[in-house]
Ligand binder design. Structure first.
Ligand SMILES: Cc1ncc(COP(=O)(O)O)c(C=O)c1O
Length: 400
């Protein structure tokens, strides 16, 4: 009898975390590595938020809180949803967890029975399929090709829904492609979903504020009020406020689901850190102007990276609407030979070649369910982006 549970056989460790680990090991061994694999802003948490956390420690907010969020944070989240998304939620419709990842995991654990299906548009954020599998569900992938802007098409959604479909995952702007749905595109998907009342929408708006060229962000529960009662609108402070390490994510949704999530949390993690919750109140209620100026910086970096990658032989890079990722095709390098005689057979081979010979750490596309592509996070300084893109250009030029 194996000591470890068989459910572990269904999943693999996060490939993005693994890529970061490999890069760190090489750096520790003295190699010159530029890491473009991390899914976090390179900016620091704003001082006003840090001060709120320090004040929380000083004034004794250091005890257990309500399992799924303090009243103050739940109210700040309701205000945020109203102010920024036109969504009305009451505090009892809000849950707070240790990151958006935790909230998504709890939601799947609270709802999936063995064999229930979760529609995951591909390319996808690495955790959706494995969380689904861990919770006993079955991920069902729908390919969203680059020619369609990496976006789910209504007719593809329609043909993928079965009586076992429990959730559709929607993530806009997307990790790993940066693709974001317009209001009209969400409306078209909503028309399909309205015809299938048993399907719930796990809507992940984590990159809501990292958006470019004046793109108008929309979220499906607001675009189609008919879906409000079966949408979990997930968001968090990690990306918008550069607070990845604080571990606060939240969601608004139907009360029965919110209560089910609290039940799981009460028997697992209890509340997220009281201090981080106080910081999140300050983030959501405090000055918001730095969000737009940081998005401007990201936009400049996107333009730089897209332009430089398109000058690399064999690489084609789209121009995403948001998030801090690009997901270029490396179809043009497949079948080519490296200077030391190895044939690049897959995007995994290509990512390894970039790491070992150019010292640039990226994540291969298969990890996100689409090949041959790779993901670059441009949450890095302009200098290191210029240098890494030059290295990629050189490495591609060296292939024969
Ligand atoms: C699409 C997406 N959703 C959710 C998360 C979770 O973020 P966190 O758990 O830090 O709130 C991430 C983090 O990388 C993400 O990329």
């Amino acid at each position: 009898m194996s000591f470890l549970a068989t459910r572990l056989d269904r999943i693999k460790p996060s490939p993005t975390i693994a890529a970061g680990q490999k890069a760190r090991e090489l750096k520790a061994a003295g190699r010159d590595i530029i890491s473009l694999d991390a899914g976090e802003p390179d900016f620091d948490t704003p001082d006003s938020i840090k001060e709120a956390a320090i004040a929380a420690i000083r004034n004794g907010q250091t005890k257990y809180t309500t399992v799924d969020g303090t009243p103050a944070l739940k109210q700040a989240i309701c205000d945020k949803f109203k102010r920024e998304n036109g969504l009305t939620y009451t505090p009892e419709q809000i849950t707070v967890g240790a990151g958006g990842k935790h909230v998504l995991f709890n939601a799947l654990l609270a709802t999936l029975n063995e064999g229930d299906e979760v529609i995951v548009p591909a390319p996808y954020w690495v955790s959706y399929p494995d969380m689904t599998l861990l919770a006993g569900g079955t991920p069902v992938f729908v390919e969203c090709p680059a020619e369609k802007g990496f976006k789910l098409q209504p007719q593809d959604l329609e043909r993928t829904i079965t009586p076992r479909t429990k959730w559709l995952v929607l993530n806009s702007p997307s990790n790993p492609t940066g693709a974001a749905y317009t209001r009209d595109e969400l409306k078209a998907l909503a028309q399909v979903l309205l015809r299938h009342p048993h399907v719930y929408i796990l809507n992940d708006d984590m990159y809501e504020h990292v958006i470019y060229d004046g793109f108008a962000f929309s979220t499906i529960a607001e675009v189609e009020p008919g879906l409000y009662d079966r949408t979990l609108t997930v968001n968090g402070v990690s990306k918008a406020y550069a607070m990845t390490g604080w571990r606060i994510g939240y969601a608004g949704g139907p009360v029965a689901l919110i209560k089910a999530i609290a039940k799981i949390q009460s028997q697992s993690t209890t509340n997220p850190s009281s201090i981080s919750q106080a910081a999140a109140v300050a983030a959501l209620s405090g000055p918001q102007d730095f969000i737009a100026s940081r998005a401007e910086v990201f936009q400049k970096r996107r333009d730089l990276v897209v332009s430089m990658l398109n000058q690399a032989k064999g690489i084609t890079c789209h121009r995403p609407e948001g998030a801090f990722y690009v997901f270029p095709s490396c179809a043009g390098v497949i079948g080519k030979t490296t200077p030391d005689g190895k044939v690049i057979e897959s995007d995994q081979d290509f990512a390894l070649y970039l790491l070992m010979s150019a010292g640039v750490s990226v994540v291969f596309g298969a990890a996100f369910g689409m090949s041959p592509f790779f993901r670059i996070s441009y949450a890095a300084s302009t200098e290191s982006l210029e240098e890494s893109c030059r290295r990629i250009q050189r490495a591609c030029g060296d292939l024969r």
